[in-house]
Design a protein around this ligand. Structure first.
Ligand code: FMN
Length: 358
């Protein structure tokens, strides 16, 4: 199923080494001004080729919008963006049909589709599919920003390097765009970069954690049960390849707290009802409380590594050592930051449209 959302429906299509990848959205309110430059800026943030922290595959990810916009405004028709795949080298991938990569989708996809799936570059299991998600979110965030809803994702952990002190939203918004790992602290960003380079030099990879904050969401957004904010955002986040964990607010740590520690007391600040703390991550009963929506997304280390690892030869039914060649991200996290940010925007627009907030 390549479609997600209800009032703002997102569809992604294509495959890593096919002619195109892209995204389409339905439900963007007609008449909304949509800047193609702003969309391209988001696409560029996700594109590969940013020095030693990402794959050397050189793709400009220039998006061509073929439907849904006229004279800079949404027409009400589906908005469709296409990105041509240019720098494809599929030579390494045939081998993975016989000897599947540990940690990648080769084996279950081969069994499920009986070999009919486009396996080149990981096909539809490639991180490249997320260009369509960024496209959909880059449209959504423009509608949200006009209503003062802002989304920010940032890298807070790479391997063992962690950002301990959070930077305020507006400063972080600027700082995350000044370095290749999308961290809001320059010194920590350097350490994260070193961690990625070191893993790569050792023919290995590292994982990490992205934190996402949504500001300005009015009270009451969310459609329980199954359209709660948590269920909707986590369905989107868990669809991003490489994601192995999502937690809201205090998350798993709340399991060790008492109610008296975990509850966020209501207070009046500047004549507004807010909470003193935000262990709930801005969500109660699946509805927004008006506090910042806060969640974290854990990415596993990239599975395609050049270090020898054991797999099996499916035809010979024998164990075999595998060295993965090809061009891979030594860490998914930096390129996943704009994916988390924009796809979260798509979800929040969907929920706000469903609830009649827009
Ligand atoms: C932006 C992005 C880039 C990625 N780049 C790679 C890569 O270069 N090599 C790789 O093996 N996996 C990469 N992945 C992850 C795989 O697509 C993913 O691990 C695979 O589809 C298996 O799915 P799973 O990890 O969710 O189980 C990337 C993911 C994202 C979001």
């Amino acid at each position: 199923m390549n479609i997600i959302g209800s009032a703002y429906k997102v569809c992604i299509f294509g495959s890593s080494h096919g002619p195109f990848i892209g995204g389409s959205v339905q439900g963007c309110p007609h008449g909304e001004k949509i800047s193609t430059t702003a969309i391209q800026i988001e696409m560029d943030r996700r594109a590969p080729g940013k020095g030693p922290v990402s794959t050397p595959r050189s793709e400009r990810d220039r998006v061509e919008i073929v439907s849904g916009l006229h004279e800079g405004r949404a027409t009400g028709a589906p908005i469709v963006g296409l990105v041509k795949n240019r720098d494809c080298d599929s030579s390494a991938y045939d081998a993975f049909r016989r000897v599947p990569r540990p940690g990648h989708a080769d084996y279950p996809a081969l069994v499920k589709y009986g070999g009919n799936n486009d396996h080149r570059g990981g096909g539809q299991f490639s991180g490249r599919m997320t260009a369509g998600l960024v496209f959909a979110g880059a449209v959504a965030r423009q509608v949200l920003e006009r209503r003062k809803v802002r989304v920010l994702a940032q890298t807070i952990q790479v391997g063992k390097v962690r950002l301990e002190k959070l930077v305020p939203f507006s400063a972080a918004e600027k700082l995350t765009r000044t370095n290749a790992v999308c961290c809001a602290d320059r010194a920590v960003a350097e350490q994260m970069k070193d961690e990625i380079v070191k893993a790569h030099e050792e023919k290995d990879s590292v994982g990490g954690i992205v934190r996402c904050t949504v500001l300005g969401v009015p009270v009451g957004v969310g459609e329980p049960f199954f359209g709660s904010i948590e269920s909707s955002l986590s369905a989107m986040m868990f669809s991003i390849p490489g994601v192995k964990g999502v937690e809201f607010g205090a998350g798993f740590a709340s399991g060790a707290l008492r109610g008296s520690e975990n509850n966020d007391p209501f207070i009046i600040r500047n004549k507004k009802i807010v909470t003193k703390s935000n262990n709930a991550g801005g969500i109660l009963g699946g509805l927004s409380t008006g506090m910042p929506i806060e969640f974290k997304v854990a990415f596993k280390p990239t599975s395609s590594i050049a270090k020898p690892q054991m797999s099996v030869d499916i035809e010979a039914k024998k164990p075999i050592e595998l060295v993965v060649s090809g061009r891979h991200d030594p860490c998914i996290v930096p390129r996943a930051v704009p994916v988390v940010e924009n796809s979260a925007a798509a979800v929040m627009l969907d929920l706000m449209l469903q609830g009649g907030f827009i």
